[in-house]
Design a protein around this ligand. Structure first.
Ligand code: NAD
Length: 477
């Protein structure tokens, strides 16, 4: 049975309760896990608080070296961790390997910043004094993670937090705790001191993290409704929050676009991870002149995405993560079809005995999806793409912005003026121009509107795990 990681201990829940983690492809039990609650969060927060006193005081270059060594050790276990991730999450083993590798790389990327971010020296009008701006870590940080990219999204929070000298209480999604535990164990085996990252498990630990007075900052990736609840709760103690929430990213393809490149990017953007991505291609607007040609290319790509168990090397798309998630996407597809959308590809479940025990669904492309359909107004968190013809860029930008979300966006065109307008006018935290929807460590990533605020990735993320303090030194002149 898996255990929580709290300082030097590997513990069950204080309540003794457990639950089962099941494989979304087969329904089989992968492991039993403690179902923690407020008492476990309290223990983890106390441990993180105690460790903060030593971890935050280590010379920054030593923190950098410890984190590099730990990341290297973890990266030696990618294959083992990727298998666990596929079993609990459902994604293909190829996707799991990429994700497990990203975890270690992210720790290493932020490790390099540990001793590179400086404060400032400030001249003051009274020359017998001078000012300093010093950057300090915040303290204990809470990291709350969803199930779609359990490792990437944990690393996005843990890596900058601990590189800056904070300690962490980490809560994976209740259905994907095992690969996260394996990553943190690997970091500890590789030399990360016990207590720097503590892992609590179970649904109830999320709220308890937000409420715990020793936890000074909350970083959440999750749905927009969860973000609103967390922000309201965190406000009671005026905690800092970073919220990475839902998205409904538009993609605009103009008549002068490289259609082969666009089709590849849209296919990866919509179907990678069985469509369960925050940054994704969730609404497609295609200029009339290239609509048919682009649909042909997209359909050809979708038809190659063989659904199956993620551990099978021929599988190109795993199952959806849960029955509820699949039911939600199927309801959104049905709503569009009932309103008159055309099924261009997929639209149902793959047939065959091998699909009966898992939450499989076909990659789906729907054309002429009418205004008002749920696929336009809600986040579609699965492999289903609504498409609509547009007359021109104006219409594309208007429709693209017609959403409460503002996470990502893309445009495909060879007209640089059109691309520039899209970059200026699309309301989103990221715009890709003729490029694959991939987030880069170097670029700050985060949403606008109801997709949240605060940044992960980049120097900006590191800064958000520090506080500035102004200091005046007197009597020096
Ligand atoms: P979710 O909001 O249901 O859960 C996310 C995490 O929050 C889980 O660990 C959950 O246990 C915890 N949680 C739930 N209620 C809580 C509360 N009241 N207090 C504290 N913690 C609580 O999301 P999900 O279904 O696991 O993930 C899918 C959602 O996440 C989608 O909307 C997706 O777009 C979003 N997401 C956003 C990004 C991003 O970077 N913007 C990335 C990935 C996923």
């Amino acid at each position: 049975m898996a255990t929580m990681i709290i300082e030097g201990e590997r513990t069950s829940a204080a309540s003794g309760k457990t639950y089962e983690v099941r494989n979304p492809a087969t329904g089989e039990v992968v492991d039993k896990v403690p179902s923690g609650g407020p008492a476990d969060v309290d223990k983890a927060a106390q441990a993180a608080h105690k460790t903060f006193a030593t971890w935050s005081k280590l010379p920054a270059n030593q923190r950098r070296e410890i984190l590099h060594k730990a990341a290297q050790h973890m990266l030696g276990k990618v294959e083992e961790i990727a298998t666990i991730l596929t079993k609990e999450q459902g994604k293909t083993i190829l996707e799991s390997r990429l994700e497990a590798r990203r975890f270690g790389e992210n720790i290493a990327w932020f490790a390099d910043l540990a001793d590179k971010i400086h404060g400032q020296h400030v001249k003051l009008p009274d020359t017998t004094t001078y000012g300093l701006v010093v950057r300090k870590p915040i303290g204990v940080c809470g990291a709350i993670v969803p199930w779609n990219f359990p490792l990437t999204l944990a690393a996005n929070k843990v890596a900058p937090a601990i590189a800056a000298g904070n300690t962490v209480v980490l809560k994976p999604a209740s259905t994907t705790p095992l690969s996260t535990l394996a990553c943190i164990e690997a970091l500890i085996e590789g030399g990360l001191p016990e207590g720097v990252v503590n892992v609590v498990l179970g649904q109830a630990t999320g709220e308890a993290i937000v409420e715990h007075p020793l936890i000074r900052k909350i970083a959440l990736t999750g749905s927009t409704p969860t973000g609103k609840r967390v922000m309201a709760k965190a406000a009671e103690q005026l905690k800092k929050v970073t919220l990475e929430l839902g998205g409904s990213d538009p993609c605009i393809v103009l008549d002068d676009a490289d259609l082969e490149g666009a089709a590849r990017a849209i296919s990866v953007g919509r179907f990678f991870n069985c469509g369960q991505q925050c940054l994704s291609t969730k609404r497609l607007y295609v200029q009339e002149g290239v609509y048919d040609a682009l649909m042909e290319k997209l359909i050809a790509r979708a038809s190659k995405l063989k659904p199956g168990n993620g551990l099978d090397k021929d599988t190109r798309m795993g199952p959806m993560h849960s029955e509820t998630q699949r039911a939600e996407v199927e309801a959104q597809i049905k709503d569009a079809i009932d309103r008159g959308a055309k099924v261009l590809y997929g639209g149902g479940r793959p047939k065959g005995a091998e699909y009966e025990k898992g939450w499989f669904i076909e990659p789906t492309i729907l054309g002429d999806v009418p205004d008002g359909a749920r696929m336009w107004t809600e986040e579609v968190f699965g492999p289903a793409l609504p498409v609509r013809k547009i007359k021109d860029l104006d219409e594309g930008i208007r429709l693209g912005n017609d959403t409460p979300f503002g996470l990502g966006s893309s445009i495909w065109t060879s007209n640089m003026a059109a691309a520039y307008r899209a970059v200026q006018e699309l309301e989103a935290g990221y715009t890709w121009v003729n490029a694959l929807v991939i987030a880069h460590d170097e670029l700050p990533f985060g949403g606008t509107k109801q997709s949240g605020f605060g940044k992960e990735h980049g120097v900006e993320a590191f800064l958000q795990y520090t506080e500035e303090k102004s200091v005046v030194y007197g009597g020096v002149g």
